[in-house]
Design a protein around this ligand. Structure first.
Ligand code: HEM
Length: 506
């Protein structure tokens, strides 16, 4: 047998077959290209930069025109959708194909590690399972309600002093401190007291935590962050320093708790109401794993609830008739006496009374429709796909649903979409009626729907009920334009400055 001839023949066949496959592949690809249609291009990242200060409104205008559109950027394809069918598809029907991806993980993990916000797949599933169980337990519900009542009483005392002296105050800042204290106590069982600043270590932690969040966010716009991290300079050096402060504080708390739990001879003698103690009972005691879980809860539960409460008070100042209706409902549901002490009123606020407050629930929900704490939420497409509207998306594309824009779409909410009208959430008997989570997307939807939704509503209702039973709020300057600051959460730019008047003497 002539091996050289045989080799030449085999090589020729392989080459020919390769050429045929390449030809078939490329012609299929170009056919696909021709067959696939992509969402219309509505602008580029330059338009986003030019409109940065009113970014969400700029994207709302585009959504009103296109429902789903693309923005061209130098690094990747970006798709923004307000179409509920697409939202349902990416968040539920084909959920596995739209995740956090490597990109988000690489940016967020410096602060958030492998916590629930940064991971996909089995790592996410495992944390979701344990956390969902814990969040549904009566122990955690009861403990968190006690914490909310105590903290709103402290907040109300500060508001009362400001009312006595006719001083203005920044309610957003006060809500930030109070929600941090609440989630911290529920997470670790420890008083942080950022409201009064009595705990020096706690104060340092709170500042380092806020700075770390802001510096993590900065990575999304800083293309040099990896080089800076490598050289340990600038924003990355600052991030590293702040994360160390956060870690030192958190690890100390975790190790203390582990020690206490192992020291306590009588297992039932130690109260295990906080999230950390609960997790220590059901998962392993790896401090890094616990740190990641708990820090993710703190970041999830702090700014979201505080900014929502601030926008809610803003809406009530703009709509005094709604403010009066909420106050009347709280009075009626609690059957409270005019002269009741604030702390006493807060302590006596029962779950049954909160459940009767349908109008309050509707007024908070209506606020979240127009001012969702997470205005845009992006996912990474993990493999080529076609959305229900018939347009294609490709592996690696970023695709975002837009709660802020969706809340303002006439095709979803009708012609009065931009009006603040809590009644739209009530049926003819005044009972709250929920909407499809693929239209009202403030809490996301599908398997990754916000895990703290019930927790957040309970906190917002307790805070609102106490504050609105006791005070009337007015904007300190009716002429000032109140708008948002463009960042991950929808903060009120430069805070919410109000004046409070006593509604009932306490
Ligand atoms: C008004 C208040 C809140 C709003 C509007 C809100 C909204 C959201 C949104 C939009 C997401 C999806 C984010 C993503 O893409 O990863 C989310 C996820 C989550 N939220 Fe909330 N949230 C609120 C309060 C809370 C609170 C108080 C907690 C806990 C104490 C919490 C815990 C979580 C967790 C753990 C996740 C991740 C769920 C997962 O990936 O499986 N949230 N929330």
């Amino acid at each position: 047998m002539d091996f050289s001839n045989s080799f030449t023949f085999t090589a020729s066949v392989v080459l020919l077959l390769s050429l045929i496959s390449v030809k078939l592949f490329t012609s299929k690809l170009s056919q696909n290209r021709r067959r696939n249609k992509y969402h219309p291009v509505a602008g580029t990242f330059v338009n986003q930069l030019l409109n940065f200060n009113r970014l969400h409104d700029y994207m709302t205008d585009l959504a009103a025109k296109y429902r789903t559109y693309r923005l061209l950027t130098p690094f990747r394809n970006e798709i923004y959708t307000s179409e509920p069918a697409n939202v349902e598809y990416m968040l539920k029907t084909n959920f596995e194909n739209y995740g956090k991806g490597h990109y988000n993980h690489s940016l967020l993990s410096g602060l958030l590690g492998d916590g629930i916000f940064t991971v996909d797949g089995d790592k996410w599933r495992q944390q979701r399972k344990v956390s969902s169980y814990e969040f549904s337990t009566k122990v955690l519900r009861d403990f968190s309600s006690v914490v909310f009542r105590k903290n709103v009483a402290r907040l109300a005392k500060i508001v009362s002093q400001a009312a006595d002296s006719n001083q203005t105050m920044d309610m957003q800042d006060l809500f930030m401190k109070s929600t941090l204290d609440s989630i911290f106590k529920v997470a670790f069982g420890v008083e942080l007291d950022s409201m009064c600043g009595s705990n020096a270590e706690g104060k340092e932690f709170a500042a380092a935590f806020d700075d770390s969040s802001a510096l993590t966010l900065y990575r999304y716009v800083d293309i040099f962050w990896k080089i800076k991290r490598f050289l340990n300079i600038g924003s990355e050096a600052a991030l590293k320093k702040n994360v160390k402060v956060v870690d030192d504080f958190v690890y100390k708390l975790i190790n203390n708790k582990i020690e206490k739990l192992s020291d306590s001879k009588d297992d039932s003698a130690m109260k295990k109401e906080d999230i950390l103690s609960r997790f220590l009972q059901v998962t392993d005691t790896n401090p890094t794993y616990l740190r990641d879980i708990i820090l993710n809860f703190i970041i999830a539960g702090k700014d979201t609830t505080a900014t929502s409460l601030a926008w809610f008070i803003y809406m009530l100042c703009k709509h005094p008739d709604v403010q009066e209706k909420v106050a009347a409902e709280v009075k009626e549901a609690t059957k409270s006496a005019e002269a009741e002490d604030i702390a006493e009123f807060a302590t006596n606020l029962r779950e049954e009374a909160l459940e009767k407050m349908h109008y309050l629930h509707a007024a908070i929900t209506e606020t979240l429709r127009l001012y969702p704490a997470v205005p845009v939420d992006a996912k990474e497409c993990l493999s080529d796909d076609t959305l229900p509207d018939g347009f294609s998306v490709r592996k690696g594309d970023m695709i975002a649903y837009q709660p802020y824009a969706m809340g303002r779409m006439k095709f979803i909410w009708g012609d009065d979409a931009e009006e603040y009208r809590p009644e739209r959430w009530l049926d003819e008997n005044g009972m709250f009626q929920s909407e499809s989570p693929f239209k009202f997307t403030a809490f996301q939807a599908g398997p990754r729907i916000c895990l703290g939704r019930e927790f957040a509503y309970r906190q917002m209702k307790i805070f609102s009920a106490v504050l609105l039973r006791c005070f009337v709020f007015k904007l300190s300057d009716e002429n000032r334009t109140v708008t948002y600051r463009t960042m991950i959460n929808l903060h009120i730019d430069e805070g919410l400055h109000v004046r409070a008047l006593h509604r009932c003497r306490t």
